[in-house]
Write a protein that binds this ligand. Structure first.
Ligand SMILES: [Zn+2]
Length: 468
């Protein structure tokens, strides 16, 4: 795959845009100018002098902070073509059959595909929860793609784990190909090596954590040790609290971690659809953020994410795509729209989750969940320039008036005209600057074909008659 050199951090002024700042002190500004210098937002106002700055025409655009996705297994995007519906070809079965055969090159191809799509759709920060790492080189390949694309990434190093609903024999067979058994501790030597080799050259765009299997998928000896090692090494701890209602109720992970005195604000949990009221209180008391993925929850039939319920309990909530092999595309606009719709139905109240609140969940609250809100998540003077410009003169957007309503209810990734991460322009006039999408797609197709051949997996395709 050929990457272009990331553009320099220049001196720009966006003129005459509608700024949806997500900064409570600034609110929404019509006809606004934003000045960006060396990667920082240095001024927001009207008719800024901005001497010497390159002007970017902001007319007919909404400028807002880029989306912060708080839980995305980006590598899995490579499997999008072979994940179908039903148990046999669903996400967990396909991940189980192909995940262990991934090479480092497959990681690179999957991450390039997922993240190029994500950047094009306005995701400027991703929590890349890489839960299939078998070798140090896999993490290296994964992170190198983010570096070349220019993404801001919180990377959770995470070993493969089979799904807990699988029979033990099947789980063992899968993990023997390249996983970590429930009674084995993850390789923290590799994680430290990632920190040593990758952090110094990251320009501040990379932060690190671990994705642990927790009480549902590893033994007490193992998760206790992993918690201790994560905290010794200053790494955030992310864990799934997922599965069917029965699975979640059988192993009350939050209660177990509470008893063990392991809960803390350095954690992040995904889903938490079926936690008890007591578990909710415990998450709120520990300020533990929960990442909710409306699109994947719906596709998997997991249930409707109780966003308002968690918020009302005092839990910090943010939004995520989980994996685009399930959520199907990196469309945060759609994720917000679905979140708003689900709450409207659950409460029989169209205003139950407002577009503005949904936008907070997808931007500033995501940044808070990742400990990055001092840098990104809102258009605020002094923060890094991670922003997107969405065109309002498109057929599906015009005649836009209320910017939050237009973004949540009308916008699509194709309306994202410009994307800036840390002051570097990664998309302009609708085109990515660091990579050619056709290269990424070609590589993904070739890698997926080779992966399926290597793993002896007959893909359901139109040619072979669809899912067997
Ligand atoms: Zn997940």
């Amino acid at each position: 795959m050929v990457f272009n050199k990331p553009p320099r951090r220049g001196h720009y002024v966006i003129r005459g845009t509608t700024a949806l700042t997500m900064d409570p002190a600034l609110g929404e500004l019509a006809g606004a100018d934003l000045e960006i210098k060396n990667g920082e937002l240095v001024a927001i106002g009207s008719r800024l002098p901005a001497a010497g700055a390159e002007a970017i025409d902001g007319r007919y655009t909404i400028t807002m902070p880029g989306f912060v996705d708080s839980h995305w297994h980006v590598w899995g995007t490579l499997l999008r073509g072979v994940v179908g519906d039903g148990k046999r070809h669903g996400w967990f079965a396909t991940k189980g059959r192909l995940g262990g055969s991934f090479t480092s090159e497959d990681f690179a191809a999957g991450v390039a595909l997922g993240m190029a799509e994500g950047l094009a759709a306005g995701v400027t920060t991703v929590h890349d929860w890489s839960h299939n790492l078998m070798r140090y080189e896999d993490a290296e390949a994964n992170l190198e793609v983010h570096r070349r694309l220019g993404t801001r990434v919180h990377f959770s190093y995470s070993a493969p784990s089979a799904h807990p609903s699988m029979p033990m024999e099947k789980m063992r067979a899968i993990l023997e190909k390249g996983g970590v058994m429930p009674d084995e501790v993850m390789d923290f030597g590799n994680i430290r090596r990632v920190a040593d080799e990758r952090l110094p050259e990251s320009d501040g765009l990379l932060t690190l954590g671990v994705g642990v299997r927790g009480p549902a998928r590893s033994t007490p000896e193992v998760y206790r040790k992993e918690w201790a090692l994560a905290r010794e090494n200053g790494l955030t701890i992310s864990m799934h609290c997922a599965g069917t209602q029965a699975e979640v109720q059988r192993i009350r992970q939050v209660d177990i971690l509470h008893e063990e005195r392991l809960l803390g604000p350095d954690m992040l949990l995904a889903h938490c659809l079926y936690i008890s009221p007591r578990e909710r209180e415990r998450l709120a008391a520990n300020r533990i953020p929960v990442s909710m993925s409306p699109l994947s929850s719906l596709r998997l039939g997991m249930g409707a994410p109780p966003i308002n319920g968690h918020l009302a309990a005092g839990i910090p909530v943010s939004l995520s795509l989980d994996t685009t092999a399930i959520s199907a595309c990196a469309d945060v606009f759609q994720a917000m729209r679905v979140a708003v719709g689900l709450e409207a139905i659950a409460n029989l109240d169209a205003e139950a989750l407002s577009p503005r609140r949904a936008l907070e969940l997808a931007t500033i609250d995501g940044a808070r969940a990742l400990g990055l809100d001092h840098l990104v998540g809102s258009l605020s003077v002094g923060k890094r320039a991670d922003l997107i410009m969405v065109r309002t003169d498109a057929l599906n957007m015009a005649p836009a008036r209320d910017p939050a309503v237009a973004i949540v209810h009308s916008a699509q990734p194709a309306n994202v005209d410009t994307v800036m991460v840390d002051g570097r322009i990664l998309k302009r006039h609708g085109r990515l600057t660091t990579v050619d999408p056709s290269d990424v797609v070609e590589e993904a197709n070739a890698r997926l074909t080779a992966l399926c051949e290597r793993a002896g997996y007959r893909r359901p395709t139109v040619e072979n008659g669809g899912p067997a």
